[in-house]
Design a protein around this ligand. Sequence first.
Ligand SMILES: NC(=O)c1ccc[n+]([C@@H]2O[C@H](COP(=O)([O-])OP(=O)(O)OC[C@H]3O[C@@H](n4cnc5c(N)ncnc54)[C@H](O)[C@@H]3O)[C@@H](O)[C@H]2O)c1
Length: 253
Amino acid sequence: MRCDFSGRVALVTGATGEIGAGVAAALLDQGATVWAVDLRPPPRVPGVAAERERFVQADITDAGAVADLVARIAAEDGGPDLVVNAAGGPGSVRTPVDEVRDEDWARVVALNLDAAFYVCREATRALKRQRRPGSIVNISSGAGRTYSRTGVQAYASAKAGVIGLTRQLARELGPFGIRVNCVAPGLIRTNGTRDELARLPEERLREHLSGVALGRLGEADELVDPILFFLDDGARYVTGQTVSVDGGAVMLG
Ligand SMILES: NC(=O)c1ccc[n+]([C@@H]2O[C@H](COP(=O)([O-])OP(=O)(O)OC[C@H]3O[C@@H](n4cnc5c(N)ncnc54)[C@H](O)[C@@H]3O)[C@@H](O)[C@H]2O)c1
């Protein structure tokens, strides 16, 4: 998808992960200044956009670190007026609910819901101060729209929360010209899922794919254009929406 993000300032969390990295690269390619944030440094790919690329190693479950980060972006580049909350992950899978430990529940909710809230809040503060419009895209999951077969109680709850947060902020921030939308991926082949997929017996994978209308797993780059669509001004009358990018899995039920 070709957009023109020249002059725009983007913040992408989880930018070393495959989905976040794909979005960050596309935004750079299409003219934005991109602040990529992750716990892990990205692989270095020298390119023409390097002067518009900034990487910050930060833990976005730390509200203070997110406030510092957004204050730095606002001071150095203005904005951020394009925000993608791609950091996240399910944590441990297949734990029966009666064996879930408090600390594991809290860790997964902190990463998948609290951190998205911190980033939305700080970006909103910066945008309101600068009286600028903006576009935020949160990332939920099929687990947040329906449920997951993998027994991820905290993840499914947090990702459902992300959809609620998206709608609530869209309502509140509409008058300020700040749009908030959400993408809910199905099972996508990334570093985050590679181990789980490798352990999945052939039969379980076949069963999963029988519930996907397109009959295959997704690839990380297939998330990029749906996210760019929401970020782009072409979607200027679209807010509060969650789109499944899942090959038709939620649709089949
Ligand atoms: N891959 C899938 O099948 C799938 C399905 C549904 C939803 N999602 C969601 O899509 C998003 C991206 O997933 P992915 O598969 O690319 O995952 P990934 O594991 O490849 O990338 C996630 C990135 O987030 C970073 N991260 C983790 N904790 C962090 C923290 N505290 N602070 C800063 N960065 C942190 C990780 O270092 C990693 O680079 C996540 O929100 C995930 O829940 C993925």
